[in-house]
Design a binder for this molecule. Structure first.
Ligand code: F6R
Length: 602
């Protein structure tokens, strides 16, 4: 949530900052701003509500700048507005600051240190910059000292970048919980929330750890602790392929990412397959899992929905009891744990704050952990004992699609490897079965025109909708409903088909769309019964089923795949239904209202 950038060097800073902010827009897009220093060392502040494109319109095009900081916002304190947009400045305009995170004690800090100051915004961030100014003036501290002193008072999460008009050739930065990287170049240095923001300038980055402070000039990067102990750290090469960020002929990243799924599956098979065509994973991971007595999957949103499919795979193939928990609930309402738990964190971004707080807690309890993530070097990857990468390539659309199918695919590989190690599932060959799934996905993707017609017919004008299913089909219904609601704003529930009649059926009216997912032969009859029940009450029913289970009148018949892998194919039409519904309603498919891609606040 929120993206920050900073640049100091030879090129026009404003161009680099704006380019970086466009790459970070997925982190928040309700307002943005930059502060830049021109060739005469004068500072200029530009802020605007809306997208980076709106910010660009108010920036003087001929103003050459050598350094600056920028921010794209997802509002936490104070509504989206020019006043609340970052950067924020001290009253005397000497200090300028951008912030990603949440300061929990901002009101106490205001009451204790700044009772006389009148603030110009409703944000928690303005307090930080006013406090730096306060310590600098009242205690005659250098800027770095005032910055450090201020940071030592903060409770919460933050990645901060600070500029002082009296030292326009230095950017100061610090972090706690929120991500921050230094980008190292020739003739420039930079900071950013995500390597993607600076990949056009450099692929050399330095990871920063919580509690570290940075001062950055054009030619020098100094990292130190609060007490001034210097830290030296090597750069790493960020492996972001610029072509992956290219939209090509697609109107939206979501359309591109849905289409990429068969290729992602094949990439995962290749990454984790041995010469015999069988999955093979790091033996330390497998030994750690099999010495546990229960797996706890911790995740949020779409990753949480993938976790339920993972539970089915782990329990059915590997016979290990598995629980799935929402990160935001688990950390503060921890159930009684088994004697030897093993934790799996599912996170596309690897930065989700809700999941990280659980990881911190279970690490303190000395329990082993594995992160499945799409982003190598992300916080959850660095901090867990083990990582398995999703190999899905950058997921830019806010609505997650290919990360969901990638997570299930890696969980299928993991389940099979554990099972085989325990002498189970001897005949199973998931790598082969997943190859069949990839082909099946392609055949569904070739039905886009028809699926678009279904979206128009069933969903383009409805106010609400239901997805129903049983077992894994229910798990997919949960994901399908999240996808539809988050980008089309149609109020949608994913419901256990059998549970509908216990209350929720009261919401079915003439024309209410009810989409049934039926891929499980054992429960198909009952789910069809539930479809009859809602149709009898006026529902507009759409059935997505699988070869071998189809009945006359079913709208979509999916190619047959392994019974544990049906979610990988049944989810695809639901992603397309969400996409086309959003498109037809005129929404910004990739950047739905009120959302951001990487949720780094709790
Ligand atoms: C929905 C979506 C979110 C994320 C959730 C967790 O399409 O993208 O629900 O799945 O915020 O994010 P990660 O997986 O990055 O931890």
């Amino acid at each position: 949530m929120c993206g920050i950038v900073g640049y100091i060097g030879n090129k026009d800073a404003k161009v680099i900052l704006l380019q970086g902010l466009e790459k970070l827009e997925y982190r928040g897009y309700d307002s943005s701003g930059i502060f830049i220093v021109d060739g005469n060392q004068n500072g200029h502040l530009f802020k605007e509500k809306g997208r980076i494109a709106d910010l660009k319109k108010i920036i003087e095009p001929y103003l050459f700048s050598t350094s600056g900081i920028g921010h794209t916002r997802w509002a936490t304190h104070g509504r989206p507005s020019v006043e609340n947009a970052h950067p924020h400045q001290s009253t005397n305009q000497r200090f300028t600051l951008v912030h990603n995170g949440v300061i929990e004690n901002f009101q106490e800090l205001k009451d204790t240190y700044l009772p006389e100051i009148s603030l110009t915004s409703d944000t928690d961030t303005e307090i930080i910059v006013q406090l730096i100014s306060h310590f600098s003036e009242e205690e005659q501290l250098t800027t770095f000292e005032a910055f450090k002193k201020t940071v030592s008072k903060l409770k919460g999460s933050y990645a901060l970048a600070l500029m002082d008009t009296q030292q326009p050739d230095i950017i100061y930065a610090a972090k706690n919980k929120s991500p921050l990287l230094v980008g190292k170049g020739i003739g420039f240095n930079a900071i950013c929330s995500d390597a993607m923001a600076m990949i056009q300038e450099t692929n050399q980055f330095i990871e920063l750890m919580d509690g570290e402070f940075i001062s950055l000039t054009r030619d020098e990067i100094k990292i130190e602790t609060q007490d001034g102990t210097s830290i030296s750290r090597e750069t790493y090469t960020a492996e972001v392929n610029l072509d992956d960020l290219d939209l090509g002929a697609y109107p939206y990243y979501m359309a591109k990412e849905i289409d990429e799924q068969p290729a992602v599956l094949r990439k995962i098979i290749q990454a984790y397959q041995n010469d015999q065509g069988q999955f093979q994973l790091d033996t330390d991971i497998i030994n750690s899992v099999i010495s546990s007595d229960r797996i706890y999957i911790i995740a949020c949103g779409t990753s949480y929905n993938a976790g339920w499919v993972g539970k089915q795979l782990l329990e059915t193939l590997a016979h290990i009891p598995t629980e799935v928990h929402l990160s935001s609930e688990f950390g503060y309402n921890m159930p009684i744990l088994s004697k030897k738990p093993f934790f799996i964190f599912l996170s596309q971004s690897g930065e989700t704050a809700d999941s990280r707080q659980v990881l911190v807690k279970i690490k303190a309890m000395e329990f082993p952990s594995l992160t499945l993530t799409n982003v190598s070097g992300s916080t959850l990857s660095r901090e867990a004992d083990y990582t398995l990468l999703l190999h899905a390539g950058p997921e830019i659309a806010v609505a997650s699609t290919k990360a969901y199918t990638a997570q299930i695919t890696v969980l299928a590989a993991l389940s099979e490897v554990i099972a085989k190690k325990n002498g189970l599932a001897k005949e199973s060959n998931m790598a082969h079965e997943l190859g069949i799934v990839a082909t099946g996905m392609e055949s569904i993707l070739s039905e886009k025109v028809f699926i678009e017609q279904l979206a128009t017919h069933y969903l383009s004008t409805s106010r609400n909708a239901f997805y129903i299913g049983r077992g894994v089909d229910y798990y997919v219904a949960m994901e399908a409903s999240l996808k539809l609601k988050e980008i089309s704003y149609v109020q949608t529930e994913g419901f256990a088909a059998g549970e509908l009649k216990h209350g929720t059926i009261a919401l079915i009216e003439e024309g209410t769309p009810v989409i049934a997912i039926i891929t499980d032969k054992d429960s198909a009859g009952h789910t069809r019964g539930n479809v009859q029940e809602v149709q009898a009450r006026g529902a507009h029913a759409l059935v997505i089923t699988m070869e071998g289970l189809q009945k006359k009148g079913d709208q979509l018949v999916l190619p047959k795949v392994h019974s544990l892998l049906t979610p990988l194919v049944s989810v695809v039409p639901t992603q397309l239904l969400a996409y086309y519904t959003s498109l037809h309603r005129g929404n910004d498919v990739d950047k739905p209202r009120n959302l951001a891609k990487s949720v780094t606040v709790e």
